[in-house]
Unconditional design. Structure first.
Lengths: 350, 350, 350, 350
C-alpha cells in the first residue's frame, strides 16, 4: 500500500458525475493518479482539472484514449457514447471503468463484450449499489442462505429532482435510472435470470412533457427463473431527497437495506421527531462511488481487493451490464405494447 | 359511556377469526354484550361460548339472525357465505359487521349493497388496516396534503405460515389476503379509482400444490385514475412473522407505516442487535381488530366515534368492499390471461 | 372469562389520574365493575361518575372504604393520604391498588406493610413501568441471563409540562416522579439492593420557583450491592412530550426500551424525516395502566394472570414500594447535604 | 485542491492508534504526505512504514521532531509523553496534532498552552467526537437554538473489550476514556463550564484487578455553570461492540446521536430482527479519525476547512484539552474522597 499513486488514470466526460468521479479519483482513491480530464465541450475539462489540481485537460478524446501514459480510463460521457469509448479504450490496452449503461442496446453490449474479451480488459460498469451501504451485506446474507430462496424482491430509486425535463432522453428512466435497480435485483438474487418483465410508466412529475415522451415515474415487475418476483420502482422527483432502498424476502427471512437519514442525529421538539434526509446521490452514494472506483483501481493493479466494501461478492462486469440492460430493454417493449414481455432464456452473449 | 353493555351482539362463525372477534367483543369493546355465538359445526360455538362466558351457543344460524333480542351481528363465517348472511341479517334489521370480503363476486356485492340500502343497515366490512397503527395517521397526512398528489403506493401482507395448503380455496390470495392491501391502497389514495391491474402469482411456498391451483405468493400492479401506480404484494409464509406495511409516495413527500418489532425492546449482544418480531395478526392487529369492532358498535348505537383509532377518516362500508373486490377480481382475470386488465371507469353499483 | 364484571371496585380520588384509572376500570378491564367513585371535593366524584356511567358517587371516603359491597379499592388520592387509606381499606378486607408512592416515609410504608400482612390483603402499588411496553421483556432478558450481570443502568422520566410550579409539593421529583425510575431500576436489576445514592437537582424549568423549594430537574446516581451503577434522571418539562426510557447494560449485552414515536408513521418531506411523539402519560402508558389494573383485578379474583403484559415477572407490592421509596428518601438527604448517602444494607422491614 | 500531497508529516508512536492514524494520513487525507514514522520500540516503526509505503522509519524521536523537512507532527505516543512531545514539536515550528489527553495534569496542559502560544503553533487534540457522525450536527442544532438552553446531557463510551487489565494505568478510565465524553459534553453545551463533578467507579469487568487499582466502569455527574446537569458513563467491555452515544436535552427539545448498527442492513428471520453492530473504534470512528486529521492538515496549510465534517463548529485546541482534563482530574479526586468536587470558576490558564 505505497503512498505514491500507482495507477495513472484519464477521465472522459467532465459533467456532473464526471466531476464527482474525478474528485474521488484525486482525493479518495489513494492508488490512482488522475493525470488527465477530457471533454469535447470547450473549457469543461480545463475547469475541472484546475479545480482538482489535475495536470492536463483535453478536448480530444481520441488522443487521451490512445495516450500510452495512461493505465486506465474512467468513462463518464453521455450514455450513447459509452460502448464506442469502451471499445477504443480496450483496444488501446487500458483498464476501463464505464458509467452505466455500458451500451444502449444488446448489440452495443456485445461489442463491448467482444472488445473486453479480445483485449483481456479489466472492465467495470458503474453499478454503485453493489458497493453501497448494506447492499454487499445483504448479498452476503443471501449467499449464506440466511434468507432461504429469494421469493419477493424490491428495489427503488428516487432522485431528488428533475431539473430539465425537456433534456431527458427517451427511455432514460429504464436505461439510466432503473438499470441500477435491475442490477441490484440481479445482485440480490444471484444465479437467477429474468424471464418476464412488465413495466408501467408515466409522466407524473412533469406531465406537461408527457407528449414529448417523458417518463418520470415507473413500476416494473420482473419474474426470475428461480420463481422470484421482483418490483423495481423509480421517480425522478422525491421531495425528501435521494432514496435508494432494497428488500429481499425469501423462504428463510427478509433483508432490508437503504438509509434515508443524513446522520444519526434525531431531534425531538414541539413538532415531534425530526431528522435530516440524504439529499443527493453524491452524498448518499459518496462512499459507494469511492469504493467502486477503488475496487476498479485494485483490479487494474492486479491486486486482491480485500474484504471491505471495495470487494463486493461480485464486481459488476460485462455480464452484469448485459443482464440489467436486457431488463431495461424489455421494459421499453412492455411500455410500447402494454403487455408483459418474455425474455429469452439465455442472453445472446452467454 | 355507561358501564353496562348496550349493544347486544350475535356472532356467526366460531373459527379462528371468529374466536378472536368474540373475545374482543366480550372483553375489549365495552359497549357490546356478546349474547350468542353460532356455528353449524357441532360443538364449535359451545366451546367458544363456554370459554368466554357467553350465555348462549347455537348451531342454527337462521334462528340467530332472526333473534329479536340481538341488535347487531358479527359475521365471521367462511367467505362464500358472507353475502347471504349479510342479506339475512340486514333483512332482520340488525346492524352488520362482516369479515372481508363482503362477497365473492360483484353480483354478491350488489346484493349486499341493495340489502344495506333497502334496510338502512349500519354495515361495516372488516378492512382492519384502516384502524391499524399508523394507517389512519398516514391517511390524515394525505388528506392534509402533506404528501401532495399520490404517485407511488405500496402495500404488503405477509402471513406467518401456511398450515394447510390443500385447504386454500382458489384465488384466496387475491380475494381474502390481498383484498386488505387493495383496500389499504384505496384508503391511502382517497378519491381515486383503479383503472388497470396486472397480477403475477405463483406457488413458491408450497410448490407441490401448484398443480392443484394454489397461489401463495403474488405481486400486483394497480394504476389509478389520478395517475398513481401502486404495488400490492403478498406471501403466505414469512419466516419472521406477520408483516403488514404500506408506503405512499407523492409529489410532496412520502409516508411509511407498519411496525415489525413486537415491542420497543432492543437487545445488543455478541451477535449484534436483535428484537422480537410480531408473530401473528391477532398480535399485530389486536388493537385494530378491537378498534374496528368498537367503531362498528358506536355506529350501530348511533354515536359519534370521536377521534381515536375507532374513527378513521373513512369507515369501510359497501363502497370500500366493492372497490377492493373489483381489483381482486381483475387480478384473477390477469392471472388467467397473463395480461393487464382494464377496469371499467365506474363500478356497476356506482 | 365471563362477560359479567366480577370484581366490584370503588375508586378514591377523582383527580387526573383517578379519572384515567376510573375510565380504564369501566372500559378496559373486563373483570371490574366500578361501582362507586369517591372524592371529598364536592362534585368531583359526581362529574366523573356521570361521565362514565358509574352508579354511585360519594364524598365520604370512610363510608366507601367500609362498604361491604366492594371487593376492591383503587386509591388515587393525593400521596400524603395513601398510607392511611391503604390501612383502612385493608382493615375492611378489600383488595387494594394504590397509586405510588404507597407512603411518604418509611414509617408509613411499614404501617402499610403491617396492614397488608395482618389482613392478608392483595396489595399493588402503581409502578406502571413494570407493565409498560418493553419493560417486562427487558426484565425477561435479564432473568434469562442474556445481558449477563447488570453493570450500568439508566431510567428517565420526562413529563411534557409543568402546569403549576407553585403547587408542586417539596421533593415531589423524587417521591412521586423519579420513584418510577427507582422502581424500574430495581425491577431491571432483580435481587440487587441500592447501597448508595447521590442526587443533584435544580429548578431549571421554572427557576423563579427555586427559592420556594421547587426542584424540576434531577439526576441521581445509585450504586447497587451487586456492583451495578445506575442513573435516574427526570425533568418536569419535555418540549416533545412524554419520555420514559430505560437501558440495562451488563457483562453480556445491553437492552434498551422506551418508544418516543406516537405511531409507526414516518413522514418524509422537504424538511426531512418527521414523526409525531407521544404527548402524555395516559397516551404513552395507556396500555400499561390498563394492564396493571387488570393484573390487580385478576390477583384480587385469585386468578393466575397468564402470560400477557398483565403478568410481569414480578408484580409490585409492598417490597417494591419500600425499595423505591428508600432511594427517594436518600435522594432528599443527598440534596440536603450535597453528599452521597449510604443506605443501610437491609430495610427496616426486611 | 492539488493532487500532490502538500503537507509533509511525521508520526510519533506506532502503536494501535498510531497505526490507524498513519494509514489514514497515507490513504485517506489527500493533503498529507506521511514521510516518517517514529517509535522508540525497535522494529515497530519499520513494520508500519513498510506496510504503508512510508519512506522512512525512525527510533530517534528527537531527530524526527527536529527534522526541517517535516511541516507537521502527529503524536500518538503513550499519554504520559504527550505534553513533552508537543513542546518539542512546537519549538521546532511544526504544526501539531496530539492524541488525547494533551497532558496528564493541569501543569502539563499549561506547558502545552505556553508552547503553542509562544510558537504560534497550529495545535489540535484528538477529540474525535467533534467530527463523528451526528455530533457536529447536534452542536449545530444547539447553536441554532433548536434545543433551547441545555439542561440534561449524556455521553457514553463503551469499548468492546479489555485485552490486558494489568496494563491499564491508574485513572485511565477518566483521563483517557471518559475524557472523550467530557469533551463531547463541553462541545454540546457551548459556552458553559463545569462547576461540580461527582464520580463513581469500579472494577466490574475485571474485578480481580480491583486491588491493583483497576477501574473499568464509571459514571460521572457534571454540573455546569449554566445549570445543565450531565452524565458521562464508560465501560471497558461492551459485548456488542463499540458504543459512543450522546444526548442533549434542553428547554426546547432533545437531540440524540450515535449509531450502533454496522450498516443499514436489517435481517428478519425466525429469531426476529437482527443487525450487525459496530465492533471497534476504528470502524465506528473511521470517518471521524480521517476528518479530524484532514481538518488539522487544512488548518496547518492555512486553508479554510469548508463545511464538511472536517469543519466542526469548533475545532478542539488547547482550551478544549484543558476543559476536559479539568473534569477528569476532578473525577479522580471525587473517587478518592467519595464526595462531589467543586471546580474553580475559571481554569488556571484562562
Amino acid at each position: 500500500m505505497p503512498q505514491h499513486r500507482e495507477l495513472t488514470v484519464g477521465l472522459i466526460g467532465a459533467g456532473r458525475i464526471g466531476s464527482n468521479h474525478a474528485e474521488l479519483l484525486a482525493r479518495a482513491v489513494p492508488e490512482t493518479l488522475l493525470a488527465v480530464v477530457a471533454d469535447p465541450v470547450e473549457g469543461a475539462a480545463a475547469r475541472l482539472a484546475t479545480a482538482l489540481g489535475v495536470e492536463r485537460a483535453a478536448t480530444d478524446l481520441g488522443g487521451v484514449l490512445a495516450d500510452p501514459a495512461l493505465d486506465a480510463v474512467v468513462i463518464t460521457a453521455p450514455a450513447r457514447f459509452h460502448a464506442g469509448l469502451v471499445e477504443q479504450a480496450a483496444a488501446a490496452g487500458k483498464a476501463v471503468f464505464c458509467e452505466k449503461p455500458a451500451g444502449m442496446d444488446l448489440e452495443e453490449i456485445e461489442r463491448v463484450a467482444r472488445a473486453v474479451e479480445e483485449h483481456g480488459t479489466v472492465f467495470r460498469v458503474g453499478f454503485n449499489r453493489r458497493f453501497a451501504d448494506g447492499f454487499p451485506q445483504a448479498r452476503r446474507a443471501v449467499d449464506e442462505g440466511r434468507l432461504g430462496i429469494p421469493q419477493l424482491l424490491r428495489s427503488t430509486t428516487r432522485d431528488p429532482g428533475l431539473a430539465d425535463p425537456a433534456a431527458v432522453a427517451p427511455w432514460t428512466i429504464f436505461r439510466e435510472t432503473l438499470i441500477h435497480d435491475f442490477d441490484a435485483l440481479n445482485f440480490l438474487n444471484p444465479g437467477a435470470r429474468a424471464v418476464e418483465v412488465h413495466a408501467v410508466a408515466d409522466a407524473l412529475v412533469a406531465p406537461e412533457h408527457k407528449d414529448a415522451g417523458l417518463l418520470d415515474t415507473a413500476v416494473v415487475t420482473v419474474r426470475y427463473d428461480n420463481g422470484a418476483i421482483a418490483t423495481a420502482e423509480a421517480s425522478f422527483s422525491a421531495a425528501y431527497g435521494y432514496d435508494t432502498r432494497a428488500e429481499v424476502f425469501g423462504s428463510g427471512g427478509m433483508a432490508t437495506v437503504g438509509e434515508l437519514a443524513a446522520s444519526s442525529l434525531r431531534l425531538y421538539g414541539p413538532e415531534g421527531l425530526s431528522a435530516d434526509t440524504l439529499r443527493c446521490d453524491t452524498q448518499s452514494m459518496g462512499r459507494a462511488y469511492a469504493a467502486e472506483l477503488r475496487s476498479f483501481a485494485l483490479a487494474a493493479l492486479g491486486r486482491p481487493a480485500g474484504t471491505g466494501p471495495e470487494d463486493p461478492a461480485e464486481a459488476p462486469g460485462v455480464d452484469a451490464a448485459r443482464e440489467a440492460l436486457r431488463i431495461a430493454l424489455a421494459c421499453i417493449e412492455s411500455c410500447r405494447t402494454g403487455a408483459p414481455v418474455r425474455l429469452p432464456a439465455s442472453g445472446a452473449g452467454r
